[in-house]
Ligand binder design. Sequence first.
Ligand code: PAF
Length: 282
Amino acid sequence: MKTVHTVKELREFISAEKKAGRKVGFVPTMGNLHSGHISLVDQAKQHADFIVCSIFVNPTQFGVGEDFDRYPRTLEEDSAKLAAAGCDLVFAPDVDEVYPEQSQAWVKVSVNDVSENHCGASRAGHFDGVGLVVSKLFNMVQPDVAVFGKKDFQQLAVIRRLTIALNFPIEIIGAETVREDNGLAKSSRNGYLSEQDKQDAAVIYKQLNQVMADIKEGNKDFEQLVKQAEAQLTEKGLQPEYFNIADQDTLKPADDNTKKLVILAAAKLGTTRLIDNIDFEI
Ligand code: PAF
């Protein structure tokens, strides 16, 4: 496995692979990798011959007061994990390489509609930052296939739309969420949690499953279901930010006729913000 830090070196590697007729798979990450990320690499390997992973903590998707500064930078450990997983090339640029001449404000990539509710409502500008960096990374790597985790369900929806809207010739693959034994979704931010916190945080997935089961049994009183779920989160010491029942395709609130649903949740435990979701059909 090779590691490069500049777009120039990256392009040299990629164009050699493309010339040799190999299909390029891409896994963008912010590093501090766990088994969820490794499952994205595994997915990419099923669809491509040459796997590129980026490690870049993107400043433009963090809001004021969020954890950009304390977000763990663990390039050495991440590289060892990626090499073991069969990644071929790591792209680990610094901020000036991605945003030359401090150009982050020169261009805006905003995806309407699907970015507006849920995390979009509570993290102003977050999806513009994701849209900008993913567009840039797609342009730099020029992959045939890119893999994103379904844990960030709304992010995946934003990226699917962005890929269509900007005519990127890239197949987007959504990979299933990897979980701890107690159901807690794997996340780099779990590193901020104590063992007891991790036990308490498992309530999020438990309640997602409970609400899904209630809906499947015919309960359509979404308001009441959400109230009960949020009360369970609060009882475990979490502060729910949202617990929304939505249409999988539009991410707008579900109604009685919605058949493809997703329940999305975000909650804080202490200063750590956690998100999760569950999607299903009825
Ligand atoms: O999901 C993430 O880790 C990030 O949002 C991404 C897609 C790498 C963009 O910075």
